[in-house]
Design a protein around this ligand. Structure first.
Ligand code: SF4
Ligand code: SF4
Length: 354
């Protein structure tokens, strides 16, 4: 794979060059300690060295709130919202957020393909950047290394003297055409990235673990402090549940159909007419959320549906960690198995002594 050196002082020029090819989105500082993907207006305000953004780039393909159509009962007509597929370039994306987009492509491409999402995904280019894992990242534990290049057109590996830019696709090569402030790189050895937070079970074994832990006491234990705020859903790059509602004007003559994000940790999510709620307790909701990440979709795709970004852990005011939940489930399951096998041995030895 071709690689090129980009000096730090040339990054802004490269962004200006990219802006001639499409609308560019990149991480910007937000408040004192946070970051957010925004449309780039000033290339000098882009930050490529960041831990994670508050929201992933999912918000550009599945907006938090969107109008699907407006209608008139007088004319018996409806009008769908036009989605444009202008060229868009996403710069400074971390590997776990790229993988999350590929997972959403699967979710929205299956069955009845979700056309608004798919339209927004057209004409997009992705430029990745490496990151230093902090105490919340655990993407390596779910099979996504820092330098996972899948889905990217270009990938920036950060090092002391700037960036090595890997040209991953033909589209990536085209993005760099006519940009001259690049020089050849020599041979580069791989960089190793340390993750301090890890799942204590190989991700390939997660579906097997989740075959046995439905009734585990761990669900109650880890949900004791949960307040059902739904933040963990709302920040998750692979959560894609939404609600569709009709908003009819008071005149009852016109209205709109709108869609907004929903979340399975919210009390109303599994509530139905008549007052029934299929997942009333926090523990039931937490179990559902985690099974969505490691069991239900994983049984179909063979992959975890959590990308290890750590956003749900970093954002939970109750300090609930998906890593701790999985590790506790694994420990509890192993303990239970040990007790069962010890009992069997005891039984066998008791039986043989009779
Ligand atoms: S786990 Fe945390 S973020 Fe999620 S609903 Fe409960 S309190 Fe809110
Ligand atoms: S479940 Fe948590 S760690 Fe996993 S992808 Fe969602 S927000 Fe990130």
């Amino acid at each position: 794979m071709k690689s090129i050196h980009l000096a730090p002082e040339n990054v802004s020029d490269l962004i200006r060059h990219l802006q001639t090819l499409g609308k560019v989105f990149a991480p910007h500082p937000k408040g004192d300690t946070s970051f957010s993907f925004e449309t780039v207006s000033d290339p000098d305000s882009v930050v490529l060295d960041y831990n994670r953004t508050l929201q992933s780039i999912k918000k550009y393909f599945l907006p938090p709130r969107e109008r699907l159509m407006s209608y008139s009962m007088e004319t018996n007509q409806y009008e769908k919202e036009e989605i444009s597929a202008e060229p868009r370039i996403f710069l400074g994306v971390h590997s776990y957020d790229m993988q999350a987009v590929l997972k959403l492509d699967f979710n929205f491409g299956q069955g009845n393909p979700e056309l608004n999402y798919l339209k927004r995904r057209e004409n997009c280019s992705f430029i990745g950047v490496s990151f230093t894992p902090d105490d919340y990242h655990f993407s390596q534990s779910v099979g996504i290394p820092v330098e996972d290049l899948k889905g990217f057109d270009l990938f920036f590996r950060k090092h002391e003297s700037g960036y090595t830019v890997f040209v991953v696709t033909k589209k990536g090569e085209e993005l760099l055409q006519d940009f001259s402030s690049l020089s050849d790189t020599g041979f580069e050895s791989d960089i190793s990235y340390e993750f301090s937070t890890q799942l204590s079970i190989n991700y390939n074994r997660l579906p097997e673990l989740f075959n046995h832990v439905w009734d585990s006491p761990v669900w109650e234990e880890v949900s004791r402090n949960c307040v059902g705020c739904g933040t963990c859903n709302l920040v998750c790059p692979t959560c894609y549940c939404f609600n569709v509602e009709d908003n009819v004007e008071l005149s009852l003559k016109t209205g709109t159909r709108d869609r907004h994000w929903d979340g399975c940790m919210l009390n109303s999510f599994a509530a139905v007419a008549g007052g029934e709620n299929f997942r009333e307790s926090y523990a039931e909701r937490q179990r559902h959320r985690i099974y969505r990440k490691f069991k239900y979709i994983s049984d179909v795709t063979g992959e975890p549906w959590c990308v290890g970004c750590g956003r749900c852990i970093a954002s939970c005011t109750a300090g609930i960690s998906i890593v701790e939940i999985v590790n506790k489930l694994k420990d509890e399951y192993e303990q239970t198995r040990l007790i069962k096998s010890t009992n069997k041995q005891e039984r066998a030895s008791v039986e043989s002594s009779m």
